[in-house]
Design a protein around this ligand. Sequence first.
Ligand SMILES: C[S@@+](CC[C@H](N)C(=O)[O-])C[C@H]1O[C@@H](n2cnc3c(N)ncnc32)[C@H](O)[C@@H]1O
Length: 275
Amino acid sequence: MSAAESHERTAAAAAEVAEVAPGTAAAYLDPRYWDERFSSEEHYEWCKDYSHFRHLLRPLLSPSLSVLELGSGNSRLCEELRREGVVDITCVDLSPVAVQRMRKRLADRGLGGIKVVVADMLDLPFDSESFDIVIEKGTMEVLFVDSGDPWNPHPEIVNKVTKMLEGVHKVLKPEGTFISITFGQPHLRRPFLEAPGLTWSVEWDTFGEAFHYFFYTLRKGKRISNSSERIQSKRFVDTPTVSLLHEEMESEDYIFRITVDVDEVSKRKVEKGKS
Ligand SMILES: C[S@@+](CC[C@H](N)C(=O)[O-])C[C@H]1O[C@@H](n2cnc3c(N)ncnc32)[C@H](O)[C@@H]1O
């Protein structure tokens, strides 16, 4: 791609952001933002649609497993899971509008068996050990949008993310798997995912072409306690950080990335200047 084309693409992406994104990143934390957005928006996939990470998710699925999806919004992920043969699917979202519209859409498509519930992922209304798989795509990200320094987030952010992860851990069956599909880079997510009390092992893959999204697989009860062993485990290798200036910057994903990448980008610029 030529520099001019790249510039044009970036400008187009920025214009799209302006059209669909709220004025400030903090608005993503306001349930009214989501209600308003979902009352007119039919469909949007954060962190790409299923076709981009199917090769990673499909091997973890089986028709007999129960799946909980957090913050389903107006994504079609649950339909894809059903297409893969998963029968027991529950979606939750904080936005009543998203839930109501998702129920209608699924009913219209003859998929009324997928349960859709208004619920806060920080206070999940399910018994302990209820699900084989919990999955979130771009939803945990919402908790990080106003986190301040990504290396040292505000204490209230830490509390919320911890609460969410503890809740997910609790509703997972003893050998259940939490799947997190996110922009969140391992060096920023690992401190949360590996918090004391969370017994899951932490591995990740990446997908996407130029820009990499992260696909974390967390297997409950499989934590290797010895940290030196963990560092040697198969995929436990730090992935290169993404660049905010990347050509593939697209749509409002951009807003999320700003919150996690800005410091890293300036650090890299300084390092580059030194070399
Ligand atoms: C960035 S969107 C992701 C939507 C969808 N997962 C996707 O992949 O396109 C975040 C979603 O999480 C929902 N949400 C935000 N905070 C939530 C919370 N505390 N509990 C449950 N859902 C929440 C929003 O209403 C929205 O649907």
